[in-house]
Design a protein around this ligand. Sequence first.
Ligand code: TRP
Ligand code: ZN
Length: 899
Amino acid sequence: MTAVEQSLPAQNQPPKTIYLKDYQVPDYLIRTTDLRVEIYEGETIVSAMLDLYRNPAATSTATQLKLQGADLELVSIALDGKILAEGDYQFGEESLTIFNTPAEFKLLTITKIKPEANTSLEGLYRSRTMYCTQCEAEGFRKITYYLDRPDVMSEFTTTVVADKKFPVLLSNGNLIDQGELENNRHYATWHDPFKKPAYLFALVAGDLAHIEDSFTTCSGRDVCLKIFVEPKDLDKCEHAMTSLKNSMRWDEDVYGREYDLNIFMIVAVDDFNMGAMENKGLNIFNTSCVLAKPETTTDAGFQRVEGVVAHEYFHNWSGNRVTCRDWFQLSLKEGFTVYRDSEFSADMGSPTVKRVEDVTLLRTLQFAEDAGPMAHPIRPESYIEISNFYTMTVYEKGAEIIRMLATLLGKENFRKGTDLYFERHDGQAVTTEDFVAALADASGRDLTQFKRWYSQAGTPRLDIAEHYDEAAQEYSLTIKQSCPPTPECQQKLPFHIPIAMGLLGSAGDLPLNLKGTAPDFETGDNTHKVLELTQAEQTFVFERVQEKPVPSLLRGFSAPVKMHFNYSRADLVLLMSRDSDGFNRWEASQQLGLQAIAAAMKQFQQGGDLSGWAVDADLIAAYRSVLQDQSLDQAMVAYMLSLPSEAYLSELADEVDVEAIHYSRLAVRKALARELRDEFARIYTAYDHQQTYAATADAIAARSLKNVALAYLMLLNDEQFIHACENQYRTSNNMTDVMAALTQLVNSEAQMGQTIAQQALADFYARWQHESLVVNQWLTVQASCVLPNTLDKVKALQNHAGYDGKNPNKIRALIASFCNSNAINFHANQGAGYAFLADQIIQLNKQNPQIASRLLTPLTKWKKYNSTRQQLMRAQLERIMAEPELSKDVFEVVSKSLR
Ligand code: TRP
Ligand code: ZN
């Protein structure tokens, strides 16, 4: 018996694996769905009338109907008006099978559910003062018996009934009726004219306030826009509304997509497993992704609201009008929609900054996932629990795949392709194959090889070598690609990889005369090209190259790969100061930072002392020139001066040396702070701290550079700067600057800094205790403190009034921040952090399996650490595995991590 089998209760089978290759069309379809949801305190009665008919395309001839259902109490069931008796149907695991079903019939079920007891936050549940739903991916089955799969699309009419103390009753589509009932109750009936799968169903009942606006579409229709929140949050909706209107205009302008209902609603909910959900006409949002005002929300928070509002809005076409055939196709809607929202955010602000942020996320979290035990292609082949596949890979790598398609096709053909996709598949549930086919058909390009990106997991590696033949004036690049094995795939076939590039000479970009191709004056000045790598090894030869150039490779990060090219420090300094590609200027700064940290790590690992560690003068000079470069966006300066994160350094390492990474990076930062003290002080002092807040790209950039300067200055443990920091904390008019100052104080190694930090933390809580989202930031800043004893503080905070172990945002703010963003403490004290995390997971396993499973990530990476840590981490995974009644969510991640 394996460890996996042993741990399962004897009567239970191991949860079963679902395979893409087993997909079958549904036997029945549902023409219309009529719901009546009667909410009473303590229980809710759901009546569902389904108009069913045999699917003409069904392959099986069975005359029975298997519906999904979970945690439901069946009150009654009637087929064409006739109450069914015991032998007419049978309960299975999460299912109800009805025998002898005719080709067409009406099924009426009445079920009882208990939203107040639903802590999984899937299905219908109560969050604070309101009732709300979350149905993706398979939550609708917790509301009623149904064909809960995305290829069954039905026309929904929903009546919500509740006490009048819940004055707002919402569902998808248009309001068609409302009225009063006996016993202080009332109802509202909503009709959604668009067929949709059950995962897009939503319902809300609560005492909500709202702001209202309108949008005139490109064809002149007026759409009413409403954002519903708890009354206390009404002053934090404006930014989401502006973002929504910008998104609606952008989708018309860039993709030709017009909104299709007369009303679009957003509801903010405090207890929510993810960021937000694109339910048709009734998006439901985590409060953290809608609410924003300068006093309570950081710049990052503002940008997140803009991005998530856009993301959910864009799903109306990429996800709802055209949806997924099955959950293996998740990236069809998510990858595409992330690509769309990232281009939107780029257009609203700075494209280079947005690209740097997205690539940073991808290269830390997604690359790590792709190299770990849960690695999967963007279209997985199998899963145990689909909730585990809402991943960095499906979302972020999925978006990169779409970006590559856009690069390969070019702007015009890509748009033709998406137009064809939306036209061809409107109202359908389709596959990623269908998406690629539309792009291929519209552009005439053969994308057969490209499709390997959908089925092969792992991050490809490029090894690039150059050769310059001075006599022949030829410069060649030889590119080899490889891809490491992943759990389900050992041998990979070569990918089709677009490599955007240019060549830098002493006076700037050189013209590109690629052997065998015409110069490109159509899309530019022939200094920029996209090489298409399709073979395992391929050489590209450039002619008439009069000097040995420095290649600028993978511009804009044109493919999600790890590129290796042997740049000298001088090459990197040149790229950093002179490349015409802003992204690659930043990338060169990161490579330089990596080299500097690597040198310190070597010293640390040999037992050397890092106090007073110095970095080379030419590096300092390079950073100094960035600080003086007037051509650069201030946000880019801020990012170029920020060293690669510990997470990125860990991802690059074969074996993660937690202490070496932490202390070496810190030593290099301190060295930069000493050397560039005057420049940082000048930036800090020149900044006008009294200016009124604006969430514009320029203002955000200026704040971020000023706060990077502050962070460096605070490493000097100099009273003058500690006072400045305290002053910033006390007098700032916006949360960005308050949090930046508080973070530096909390992490200050100076006694004086610590004393002020403790006062500031107390003051902060007293001031903001009634703003839950602000308290979350307060929890995070403490959980992320890199000084010793943070774990004890985290444990103490679990008992603080500002914490709530049932609220996902609080769990993320305290527990996930500590385990994911505080390596030096999480990995300290002989596995105390690992045991702590396992305790949390065991407790959450029953309460909220989705959150429990997501929290597991840091433990799944055990193979990356030394053998002592490996054993300690494994021991905790095994301890979780031995728990009785593991949820499918946790079982899948733990068992795959232990294999
Ligand atoms: N489809 C949503 C999005 O990306 C995310 C989502 C999937 C979700 N499952 C969820 C949100 C469960 C909340 C809970 O836009
Ligand atoms: Zn999405």
